[in-house]
Design a protein around this ligand. Structure first.
Ligand code: AMP
Ligand code: GLY
Length: 429
């Protein structure tokens, strides 16, 4: 069997790793992949955005199944194109991926289907957003979101009116995010703790994954600018059984039913970013794919075959599949390039990777890495590696992942030292 994994981040290395764990006989192709995926199969030099190139690759390699990691090709319709070509693909249609591709669509959808989310308004003109903010329709801090995809940078939390008006100008008039900023969502700031909840769905059936928690801010104590995610953990106490049930019945079921009733059934991985507050869970965002770095801590806990689930997703039929999860704790600490999430250098030599994986239960998932002609591993992105460890209890998994971190070096690398500490506080409370 041949499987094509589209993408090049830590999420895609984890997906490839899990498939390899499931079945060593599977031939893996990653496009474009990274230095980590190169150890599990073949990297094909085709960009994740190049849908025609990927179609050509899937045809010429006669792949049996394609799994799409990132959102951009999904929003551009890669799954529709593959299906039209008769190729098996795990991922939602472009119409279904609007849940991630347009924040305005997602917010209006939630309102139509009674899914709890922050109070909001959508604006198509800068002056309308400005007059709403000036009129005090929202208190501060207020959250401004570019409607379209902006690689995790399109959400700006504004502390006062001056900052909010500046942001409207930058997004809507100056076009900082291009067409993604043609419309702007303004929404109420929610307080609480965040959690990530993902499910597999074939458009009607829902198979929940174990919950996890991401760390979006760049520095310890949730300080500094937002990033794609500086680390994550998953353990049996992230959310209580009651909270998980509530999220299933009040978020996931209405979302899946709602998409089907609107003529665009969601077949793939549906991700809800949630804010847990005094009044229960409210949705911050939907994603149409696996989270990164959530995948790095969730998939290692999946005892069942991922391939079987992905095949079910591609066929639009998950009946008979009952994924089993273990009770371990998994922690992933992201090692970032100097300067990230701002601009950063590439091509820094990484050492200590083999030593970091000597301890059983520790895996280093690659994100922004590449191999040079001599076989050295170099940095090639902002988030470079995800040092991931599993253990029976969260405290041990944290210790183990930082032991792994201590063995790795590249110039100027930075990482958070408090990944999963909230989980530890909760366990001790
Ligand atoms: P999003 O891409 O919509 O998940 O937003 C990125 C991050 O911004 C979230 O993970 C939150 O930390 C923060 N955020 C987004 N919306 C809100 C909100 N309404 N209230 C507070 N924080 C938010
Ligand atoms: N870790 C957040 C995301 O994947 O969007």
């Amino acid at each position: 069997m041949k499987v094509l994994v589209v993408g090049s981040g830590g999420r895609e290395h984890t997906i490839a790793w899990k498939i390899y764990q499931d079945r060593k006989d599977v031939e893996l192709i990653c496009a474009p992949g990274n230095a980590g995926t190169a150890r599990l199969g073949t990297n094909a030099p085709v960009s994740a955005q190049d849908i025609d190139g990927l179609l050509g690759l899937a045809r010429s390699e006669q792949v049996d199944l394609t799994m799409v990691g990132p959102e951009a090709p999904l929003v551009e319709g890669i799954a529709d194109r593959f299906r039209e070509a008769g190729l098996a693909v795990a991922g939602p249609s472009a119409k279904a991926a609007r849940l991630e591709g347009s924040k305005a669509f997602a917010k209006d959808f939630m309102q139509r289907h009674g899914i709890l989310t922050a109070r909001y308004r959508v604006f198509g003109q800068a002056f309308e957003a400005e007059s709403s903010l000036r009129a005090g329709e929202f208190s501060f801090p207020v959250v401004l979101k570019a409607d379209g995809l902006a690689a995790g940078k399109g959400v700006i939390i504004c502390q006062d009116l001056t900052q909010a008006l500046d942001t409207v100008d930058v997004v809507m008039r100056q076009g900082r995010f291009g067409a993604a900023g043609t419309r702007l969502v303004v929404e109420e700031f929610l307080k609480g703790e965040e959690a990530s909840f993902m499910v597999f769905t074939d458009g009607s059936r829902i198979l929940p994954m174990v919950p996890s928690q991401d760390h979006k801010a760049a520095y310890d104590g949730d300080q500094g600018p937002n990033t794609g995610g500086m680390g994550a953990y998953s353990c049996p106490t992230v959310l209580s059984e009651r909270q998980q049930q509530e999220i299933l019945t009040q978020v996931m079921e209405p979302a899946v039913r709602g998409m089907a009733s609107e003529g665009c059934p969601f077949q793939g991985i549906l991700y809800a970013g949630l804010m847990l507050g005094a009044h229960g869970a409210r949705v911050l965002e939907f994603n149409a794919r696996f989270g990164d770095p959530e995948t790095q801590v969730v998939l290692p806990r999946l005892k069942s075959s991922l391939i079987e689930i992905l095949q079910g997703l591609a066929a639009g039929d998950l009946s008979g599949i009952r994924p089993q999860w273990d009770d371990d704790s998994v922690v992933c600490v992201v090692l970032a390039a100097p300067g990230y999430p701002g601009s950063y250098p590439k091509g820094l030599k990484i050492s200590g990777l083999d030593m970091a994986e000597e301890e059983s239960g520790t895996i280093v998932f690659h994100a922004g890495t590449s191999l040079d002609d001599q076989g050295n591993t170099l940095t090639s992105g902002g988030r470079v590696l995800g040092v991931t460890a599993r253990a029976g209890i969260l405290g041990s998994a944290i210790l183990k992942s930082y032991e792994g971190v201590n063995k790795i070096h590249f110039e100027g690398m930075h990482y958070r030292r408090d990944i999963a500490s909230k989980g530890l506080d909760r366990a001790q409370a």
